[in-house]
Design a protein. Structure first.
Length: 317
């Protein structure tokens, strides 16, 4: 049976929107945030060293909203950490990280906070993420990690009336985190730069005894079309996803009863040691080169922003 939520207080929530050369999306996102019915929140824009005039356009459209300039593209992890540190130093009880290409329903923040107050050990909580062009398919309704295979995946949303459902990680697309959990386990690991950093943070929260969950009672909407897959084919996306998956699984797999050496061998065979990849490398195909470079960089411990790929892919995921 679903649980009822009674009257609750309204702790301070900082909403962080990370912008990198995406002022059009950011302005639309900020417009949706103005409609929130939660009575105690502050919006903070962090500009990740944009070069398209984003800072000026955002300040002109929303002069009342605080904006921090990082001065460089610090990636998803580094840029959001700038905002999170600012939020924590200014008394935030919760931090909501929102990608600029996301639109939020009016009651989303209220619902998320109420659920976390009902379950005080929640460290990270996501709403359901749907595509903007239609309510289906659901982009994120839960998650799972297949430790034996070295794969992560999304699961089907469970609409059973429960307030939340535990999951392997909560989506960094729209992610509410408690200040208590962040102060205990730390912020995003900036070695990832982008991709897998929320999975890493959620693993640390789970190990510390916090719940990581998705809330099926509210939605946000991803602005990309459900049929758009271009960004998943860029060398930058392939590079960071490959290198960071190796980093993530090598860091945590032993804690889940799987041999680190065995899993890394599985991943290297998948990424490099096959005929298809060998042919693509001989032809210098960009995707294969990116995957090869990612494996090399992981092997030698080269993390953070890649000089070659830091301007490719998406700044926020």
């Amino acid at each position: 049976m679903p649980c009822a939520i009674g009257d609750v207080m309204h702790p301070l929530v900082f909403i962080i929107v990370l912008n990198w050369n995406s002022w059009r999306d950011t302005l639309e996102c900020l417009g949706s945030l103005k409609q929130l019915d939660y009575p105690n929140y502050r919006v903070l824009v962090v500009d990740n060293g944009s070069t398209d005039g984003s800072e000026e356009r955002i300040r002109e459209a929303y002069p009342e909203i605080e904006l921090l300039q990082t001065g460089a593209n610090l990636g998803y992890a580094g840029g959001n950490n700038v905002g999170i540190r600012h939020a924590l130093s200014n008394g935030a009880a919760y931090v909501l990280v929102v990608n600029p290409d996301v639109l939020i329903e009016q009651r989303t923040l209220t619902t998320l906070v109420e659920v976390t107050l009902f379950h005080p050990r929640i460290g990270a909580l996501s709403p359901v993420v749907r595509f903007k062009d239609k309510h289906e398919p659901v982009w994120f309704g839960g998650s799972v990690i297949h430790w034996q295979e070295g794969r992560v995946g999304h699961t089907t949303i469970q609409e059973d009336g429960e307030l939340c459902h535990p999951c392997a990680w909560a989506s960094g697309c729209c992610l509410l985190m408690s200040a208590q959990a962040l102060l205990e386990v730390g912020l995003f690991d900036q070695r990832y730069f982008m991709y897998y950093e929320e999975a890493d943070l959620c693993q640390r929260m789970s190990r510390a005894g916090y719940m990581v969950a998705v809330c099926p009672l509210t939605n946000v909407f991803h602005q990309l079309s459900s049929g758009e897959t271009v960004k998943h084919e860029t060398p930058g996306f392939i590079y960071y996803m490959t290198r960071n998956s190796l980093m993530f699984f090598s860091r945590y797999v032993n804690q889940h009863g799987v041999s680190r050496v065995q899993l890394l061998w599985t991943l290297y065979r998948r990424y490099l040691l096959n005929r298809t990849t060998a042919r693509a490398l001989r032809r210098r195909q960009p995707a294969a080169v990116a995957r090869f470079q990612a494996c090399v960089d992981f092997a030698i411990g080269r993390y953070g922003a890649s000089e070659r790929y830091s301007k490719q892919g998406e700044p926020c995921v």
